[in-house]
Design a protein around this ligand. Structure first.
Ligand code: ADP
Length: 495
């Protein structure tokens, strides 16, 4: 990699919404960089819009008409004179044509080069590239046609169970576990249908199914001087339908030898493609300690705060510095130069109803309160009075705790969740509390199957109480009175 020309960024447009826009703007404010928010008609009163120095409406609420509308976002860059774009996560963050479109206009993209996005966005090409670089990949089979009989023959060779995955996949869509030969053809067909619907690309591939695995990923960073470093791991094994629910670092019960090997491969993965900026290399870890490359995410992850808590680094600031053509800070390039202090855990707080198949629970947040103290961080884009809209992911925010050790961190997060008041939408807060109190979780016995067969975690003992309080609120209709009643009951229940 050659060194790029140095530039100082003056104004960043954030091509995203909600909590991640707020998160990015906070760093910009600290660095004295001006911010531009782009927003859809549904978001005109949202916090991230009010917080920005400038804001531009880019269209109707549907993501395809606003947050995914490249032309409108480019126009907003031109009209505001933004010299860089931060894409956040989701939306256009892993869209190579967007990155290219910006580069063509001389606007910096706070992400990797377009060809890294292209390569890593294709699960087959990325698997092949990683295998070639010497990074272990899950044994599997791919082809450029979806010939079901050829796939079935290969599935038999790999041995059941196998995993069918969408090449253009993401968010667990188009993914199927197949236990036996009989199930193969219908599962294959439904995976292809789902992938076509979700990604406009029905091509799938096969992988050996890894039983009861853990999901461990490494934060990596590359600069334009050819340096690639890792910033330790995150354990994201607590998942529901392949979606992360809770993330932590360091990974519990993760021997130092395993970590060292995995970290080496994470750095090798980044180096082999001349990676620039922040990326995440995801691995699947088998019970016997064998592990394989799953995919690389070429952006800032939802769960990046846990890494920030233990390293003390600001990952958005580093992304900006690297885009400006600077080298990674010298202390980080030393052997073991990236600090790792204590333990951090994050939970994703959602406006959803676990008791009703986790369906989104949208509407106005009548009252939201969380007293924060040292070692607690809430990344959110909403507050009292905000709307959780039907158009977007109903995440209310991410609550992150940091402490000297895992057990203290767990208790701190649990006690913060107990104090987290949200009136209006139903939330998954009790579900998260239940996970944190589950004996296997306390012992660090985590795997991606952790939630299977644990329906008692979904049943919310405290639901009735929260519901009663919501009712009081609706009846009284006066926030102040409702708050005093809440506090009185809260004290009685020791919430
Ligand atoms: P996506 O990009 O759709 O999120 P990933 O490839 O990252 O898909 O996989 C998501 C999750 O699915 C993993 O964290 C893991 O829990 C599970 N998974 C993926 N591949 C396998 C496999 N070969 N065997 C067992 N579980 C898997």
């Amino acid at each position: 990699m050659t060194q790029s020309t140095k530039r100082t960024i003056q104004k960043i447009l954030i091509a995203n919404r909600g909590e991640i826009s707020v998160r990015i703007q906070k760093t910009c404010q600290q660095l004295g960089i001006r911010t531009v928010a782009v927003y859809s008609e549904a978001d005109q009163n949202a916090n991230f819009v009010l917080m920005a120095d400038e804001a531009v409406c880019i269209g109707a609420p549907e993501p395809s008409l606003s947050y995914l509308n490249q032309e409108e976002i480019l126009k907003a860059c031109r009209s505001t004179g933004a010299d860089a774009v931060h894409p956040g996560y989701g939306f256009l963050s892993e869209n190579a044509s967007f990155a290219k479109g910006l580069a063509d206009e001389g606007i910096l993209f706070l992400g990797p080069k377009a060809d890294s996005i292209d390569l890593m966005g294709d699960k087959i090409r990325s698997r092949d590239a990683m295998a070639k670089a010497g990074v272990p990949v899950v044994p599997g089979y791919s082809s450029d046609s979806n010939d079901v009989n050829a796939f079935l023959t290969e599935a038999k060779k790999i041995g059941f169970p196998v995993m069918i995955k969408a090449t253009a996949g993401g968010g667990g869509k188009g993914m199927r576990k197949v236990d036996s030969e009989e199930e193969f053809i219908p599962s294959f067909e439904s995976a292809v249908r789902e992938a076509t619907k979700a990604f406009g690309n029905g091509l799938v591939f096969l992988e050996k199914y890894i039983g009861n695995p853990r999901h461990i990923e490494f934060q990596i960073f590359g600069d334009s001087f050819g340096n690639v470093i890792h910033m330790h791991e995150r354990d994201c094994s607590i998942q529901r339908r392949h979606q992360k629910v809770l993330e932590e670092t360091p990974a519990p019960n993760f021997p130092a030898e395993w970590k060292e090997k995995m970290a080496e491969y994470a750095v090798l993965a980044g180096k082999s493609i001349g990676y620039l900026g922040a990326g995440t290399v995801e691995f699947i870890l088998g019970e016997d300690g064998s592990f394989f490359f799953l995919e690389m995410n070429t952006r800032l992850q939802v769960e990046h705060p846990v890494t920030e808590m233990v390293t003390g680094l600001d990952l958005v600031e580093l992304q900006i510095q690297i885009a400006e053509g600077k080298e990674l800070p010298a202390p980080l390039l030393e052997p073991d130069g990236v600090p790792q202090n204590g333990h951090s855990m994050e939970v994703r707080v959602y406006a959803e109803n676990p008791a009703n198949q986790f369906l989104p629970s949208i509407g106005k947040i009548e009252w939201m309160k969380l007293p924060l103290s040292r070692g607690l961080r809430l990344d959110t884009g909403v507050e009292t009075g905000s709307e959780v809209s039907i158009y977007y992911d109903p995440m209310i925010g991410k609550l992150i705790a940091h402490a000297d050790d895992r057990e203290t961190c767990r208790k701190k997060l649990l006690s913060a969740l107990k104090k987290f008041v949200i009136f209006g939408p139903i939330t998954n807060i009790n579900f998260l509390q239940n996970i944190l109190q589950e004996p296997d979780f306390i012992d660090g016995k985590v795997s991606t199957h952790f939630l299977n067969g644990k329906d008692h975690l979904i049943y919310q003992r405290e639901d009735d109480k929260r519901e009663a309080l919501s009712l009081i609120f609706q009846l009284v209709q006066k926030p102040k009175v409702a708050k005093s009643i809440w506090e009185a009951i809260g004290n009685a229940f020791q919430v």
